[in-house]
Design a protein around this ligand. Structure first.
Ligand code: NAD
Ligand code: WQD
Length: 339
């Protein structure tokens, strides 16, 4: 298939591009580089052995999006482009609503106009909100979120449902990712957050490489085995494989919209993750326990049974793989793509 990958220069998009090419797809990337570096493209070309066409523009610009679809045929779109920082979304909510909804509107309109039927959308476990006890299943209703970022995902999921109801020829796959971590085993591409990392794994990796003094563990008084929050960390390579599987599946399904959780089904605590990273690095890492972070749920993990059965997909990588691959990426690229 000829696949347009929006946000293909970003963390999850870049890893998915490598696997799409390996699976025989032709990939075209569109990215504004709002949260990524052009240097990733050369690394992707080295990994895939292919020239990768890249269109650098902001997808909220409908005219540019329309021109791209008028110029080139696509069989499918994988839509990663968007803003993703939960905390920042409360400071600049309009930017999040404009960007995340606007990019989706442009792509949906252009797809409609040019008869592109298949779309894979990056949703998030954040749509399960304050659900109570995991594991979380796709049929939990209603979906709801506690941040402007999360609400953009809830809104887009509803919009996709409405658009598909009006055009049942569409085949839309909504993928709800749990906590993506890790890097390509080559150590040449990985997560490169701008500024202070919001998420646990890149923060630990930056402590390990000496860019941050110590990890602050956000609370150790939760009702969990070791008192720290438990999450379903999924290796970005397994996540990328889930996109290739979803694309294959969309070519066969009857339903216009399908929702799949992408997770391992296992929870790991903050201390569990820290100790796994210490094993990867080979020594202890400085950390202190601080207060809870507002909005954190004690426990969250997927029920991945639907994706396992319908996509013929399951995660293969362990927590130790996630840490070893992150460490290879971080230690070889201490300042990310700016080396
Ligand atoms: P990322 O920021 O690394 O990648 C997103 C890419 O989209 C970036 O390269 C950015 O430059 C690009 N982009 C942003 N706005 C754009 C616009 N208006 N026009 C064109 N390009 C634009 O993020 P990621 O971690 O790879 O996440 C990809 C998707 O997965 C996002 O939609 C995110 O919300 C979702 N998601 C991420 C996580 C996570 O923890 N990383 C979890 C669940 C869901
Ligand atoms: C994991 C655990 C923290 C940093 C977020 C989004 C979610 C999805 C994935 C996009 C928590 C603890 C963290 C630190 C810590 N993204 N922690 N010290 O919050 O589960 O999910 O990313 O869709 O929507 O909310 O991930 O990596 O921020 O936190 O102790 O410096 O690590 O309290 O328990 P989270 P995270």
């Amino acid at each position: 298939m000829r696949v347009l990958v929006s946000g293909g220069a970003g963390y999850i998009g870049s890893h998915t591009v490598v696997q799409l090419v390996a699976a025989g797809h032709d990939v075209v990337i569109v990215d504004s580089f709002a949260n990524s570096k052009p240097a990733v493209i050369g690394r992707l070309e080295a990994l895939t052995g292919r020239h990768l066409p890249v269109h650098a523009f902001d997808l909220t610009d409908y005219d540019k999006t329309e021109r791209l679809f008028a110029d080139e045929p696509f069989d499918a779109v994988i839509h990663f482009a968007g803003l993703k920082a939960v905390g920042e979304s409360a400071q600049i909510p309009l930017d999040y609503y404009e960007n995340n909804l606007g990019t989706s509107f442009s792509l949906l309109r252009a797809m409609q106009r040019h008869g592109v039927r298949m779309l894979v959308f990056s949703s998030s476990a954040t749509v399960y909100g304050e659900r109570g006890a995991p594991p979380y299943r796709e049929d939990f209703e209603p979906i709801e979120a506690t941040s402007p970022y999360g609400r953009t995902k809830v809104m887009i999921e509803h919009i996709l449902g409405d658009v598909a109801a009006a055009n049942p020829a569409l085949r839309i796959g909504i993928l709800r990712y749990f906590n993506p971590v890790g890097a390509h085993p080559s150590g040449t591409i990985g997560e490169d957050p701008q500024g202070i990392p919001n998420n646990l794994m890149p923060f630990i990796a930056q402590v390990a490489v000496g860019r941050r003094e110590r990890l602050v563990v956000f609370g150790d008084d939760y009702p969990t085995a070791d008192g720290t929050c438990e999450r379903d960390y999924i290796h970005v390579e397994d996540l990328a494989a889930g996109h290739v599987a979803a694309l294959n599946r969309l070519a066969q399904v009857e339903a216009p919209v399908s929702v799949w959780n992408l997770g391992t089904g296992q929870g790991t605590s903050v201390f569990g993750m820290l100790h796994a990273f210490e094993r990867a690095v080979g020594h202890e890492l400085p950390h202190v326990v601080g207060p809870r972070r507002a909005g954190d749920q004690p426990r969250s993990w997927a029920d991945p049974a639907k994706a396992n059965a319908e996509l013929g997909w399951r995660t293969e990588k362990t927590i130790d793989d996630m840490c070893a691959d992150t460490w290879r990426w971080q230690s070889r690229n201490p300042t990310g793509y700016e080396d």
